[in-house]
Ligand binder design. Structure first.
Ligand SMILES: NC(=O)c1ccc[n+]([C@@H]2O[C@H](COP(=O)([O-])OP(=O)(O)OC[C@H]3O[C@@H](n4cnc5c(N)ncnc54)[C@H](O)[C@@H]3O)[C@@H](O)[C@H]2O)c1
Length: 384
């Protein structure tokens, strides 16, 4: 089994998720490559304790990411830090020759993303991917296989979204994800948008234009120290996009990202309506996939229990349900499988590519313009 030594830069919520996935790598049945957490970095020293308490493999702990990048033992890095740091940290990692899994939005704005894309193009020897795990739910993988076999026929409409309600409570104190200079002007789109775009982009559905309605529903929040401060971030975004299917037929696609979606704690969903078949899935009922095939006559939705039909085989029995941390493990399996073998195990079982994340920046930047001008904005055609 090949071992890839990783440094984790940013030891918060997502840094811990990766380390935990690495700790249960034996859960994956057929991998020839595994990650080992060799180094961790966080500017807040208290964040690294959980790692040193739980991972004997860690030989380097630092508050300075440059020390991790200078460590020849570290072959790859996972960088999960606030958005304002993405361009600096990702470019430094790529230039140091470290393979990179970076968190979305992969640059706080389109200018930061352009810097990162330029580094990637100058270093083709470095393997770079962006994190997004929802596509690894078995239902999404099944929809991916349906797309590959062309069963949907002409696409009529697609709705994809990510809804949660972590900001529904207006008394929740502000944190970096609600502050413009750390999170960026995209607001909820930068935070949630790549998740909603992953499956459509992988299907080849790149929006041609967008009419966006963005909402700042809670414009101020407590600062946690007794004062109230402005909260300038877009809480919710609805993007209506004219999109072509692979045969060049136009259809409407909505990409919805909401931090204030009453009744949703963390809901990914996708609905694909086609002339010959339709499918819909929501993580609210993660085990349930609905499919309707139309051959004339009556229309009837079929309901499938998806169990644990993972693309990267796991030891869990096929009848058991799938959850968030299972998809994180699958996403990491996808990253390392593709790193090792040069391509993912299946078209829809791959992590987000740099060109897909670049396309998301074109969409979100156009959406900002659309909101500003109350206009339909054309989107630069994908060039990669
Ligand atoms: N894939 C997903 O489902 C998912 C979910 C949540 C967040 N994210 C993304 O992950 C990234 C991090 O989000 P998070 O929720 O883990 O945030 P977090 O606040 O929990 O963790 C970020 C960590 O970065 C550290 N940090 C800040 N400045 C640093 C510096 N200069 N050097 C080193 N460490 C520094 C912080 O101390 C903190 O521990 C963001 O890009 C976010 O959009 C992805």
């Amino acid at each position: 089994m090949r071992t890839v030594r990783f440094g984790i830069i940013g030891c918060g919520l997502m840094g811990r998720e990766f380390a935990s996935a690495a700790a249960r790598w034996c859960h994956l049945a057929e991998m020839n490559v595994r990650p080992e957490i060799a180094a961790v970095c966080d500017s807040n020293a208290s964040m690294t304790k959980w790692f040193s308490d739980n991972f004997a493999s860690i030989r380097q702990i630092s508050a300075d990411y440059r020390e991790i990048l200078a460590n020849p033992e570290v072959e790859a890095v996972y960088i999960a830090v606030p958005h304002n740091l993405h361009a600096e940290f990702y470019c430094a990692a790529i230039e140091a020759g470290k393979h990179l899994m970076g968190e979305k939005p992969f640059g706080i704005d389109i200018h930061a993303n352009r810097r990162i894309m330029s580094c990637i193009r100058h270093h083709p020897e470095v393997f770079v991917r962006c994190s997004s795990e929802s596509i690894f739910f078995p239902s999404m993988q099944r929809i991916g296989r349906m797309l590959e076999s062309g069963v949907f026929g002409r696409i009529i409409e697609v709705n994809s979204g990510f809804l949660h309600s972590s900001d529904l409570d207006p008394s929740k104190p502000i944190n970096w994800k609600r502050i413009l200079k750390f999170n960026g002007e995209y607001g909820c789109m930068g935070d949630l948008g790549m998740h909603a775009c992953h499956m459509p982009f992988r299907a080849g559905w790149y929006p041609k234009d967008v009419r966006a309605i963005l909402s700042n529903i809670v414009p101020e929040r407590p600062d946690g120290k007794g004062a109230v401060v402005p909260c300038e971030i877009w809480d919710n975004a609805t993007l209506l996009c004219a999109t072509d299917d692979v045969d060049g037929n136009e259809f409407p696609m909505t990409i919805k990202t909401q931090r204030i979606a009453p009744g949703n704690t963390n809901t990914w969903f996708i609905e694909i309506f086609g002339a010959k078949a339709s499918a819909r899935w929501s993580s609210k009922q993660a085990n349930t996939l609905e499919i309707m095939e139309y051959k004339g006559g009556e229309q009837a939705w079929q309901v499938f229990d998806m169990g644990h039909g993972m693309s990267y085989k796991s030891i869990t029995g096929g009848i058991f349900e799938t959850g968030f941390s299972d998809t994180i493990l699958q996403m990491w399996a996808a990253f390392l499988y593709e790193f090792d073998k040069g391509k993912p195990i299946a078209k829809f079982a791959g992590t987000v590519t740099p060109s897909e994340v670049e396309a998301s920046h074109h969409l979100f930047s156009a959406a900002l313009e659309s909101e500003r001008k109350c206009s339909v904005e054309k989107i630069k055609p994908e060039t990669l």
